[in-house]
Write a new protein. Structure first.
Length: 253
């Protein structure tokens, strides 16, 4: 059921429907086995989530709708950055529900969110041509977007353009270790073939170990952080985060 909903219900409606789950989920799944670090609430289980027959158990938090990668990012921001205390201008591309309202309420952040269609976004635009001035933002988040766009290098150039010198960003993508070179083929348009080749019906590429080089090619300095390996195993399990997933932190020097 999860897979069919993700595949056939339009994204704007999925966002609206999931808002209901955020209200009733914490009641239904209350417990103490798993904890969502984003809101601090605990549950007897997280919900399953996934595409293409690759459904992951204990993936989505009932209260925030966060996935493993969201919780990993939040912990990194909390443990390793001044994101929650320093005065910052944030550009948030494809704002995630688990972050959007929380970030908007933080008194230290001036948030601008953008997306091609999301009802959460302040602005609607194509990432290939961001309608904002250069050197504007201290921090940019653009997570699980670049695998969907026609030309990821053009989009990365735009993200670099609007970032302030001295700024930083996180641009996570589905990352498969062991694949040396990113796989992409614009001639593949059939959803089933895309799912077979790129792991999801609406992806146009599958990133490999050369992803940091693609980030560097537009000017970013890239630091790779594997946060899960610095945490205790019991905390990795309790928070439901990927132990080995790298975070690529991009700096504009």
């Amino acid at each position: 059921m999860i897979e069919l909903a993700l595949k056939y219900i339009p994204r704007p409606w999925l966002i609206r429907l999931s808002m209901v789950m955020r209200v009733v989920g914490p009641i239904i799944y209350w417990g103490n086995k798993y904890t969502d670090p984003i809101d601090g609430r605990s549950y007897r289980k997280f919900l399953p989530y996934g595409y293409g027959g690759r459904i992951r158990d204990n993936a989505m938090s009932p209260g925030t709708n966060s996935l493993e990668r969201h919780r990993l990012l939040y912990l990194y921001l909390k443990i390793s950055t001044n994101f929650f205390t320093k005065q910052l201008k944030l550009l948030h591309i494809a704002p995630e529900q688990c972050f959007h309202y929380r970030f908007k309420k933080l008194p230290n952040l001036e948030v601008t969110s953008g997306d091609i269609e999301s009802p959460l976004a302040d602005l609607h635009f194509d990432l290939h041509q961001i309608p904002l001035e250069e050197n504007k933002f201290d921090v940019i988040f653009c997570n699980h977007v670049l695998e969907h766009v026609d030309n990821d290098i053009t989009c990365l150039n735009e993200l670099y353009r609007v970032m302030k010198p001295g700024g930083w960003g996180i641009f996570q993508v589905p990352f498969v270790g062991g694949i040396k070179k990113t796989i992409e083929d614009p001639s593949i348009t059939d959803p089933e073939e895309r799912e077979r080749k790129f792991l999801q019906y609406d992806h146009v590429r599958l990133y490999g170990e050369d992803y940091p080089k693609r980030l560097e090619s537009v000017g970013f300095r890239v630091e790779t952080i594997i946060l899960g390996k610095t945490l205790r195993q019991k905390d990795v399990n309790r928070f439901g985060i990927p132990k080995a997933e790298p975070l690529f932190i991009c700096y504009k020097d």
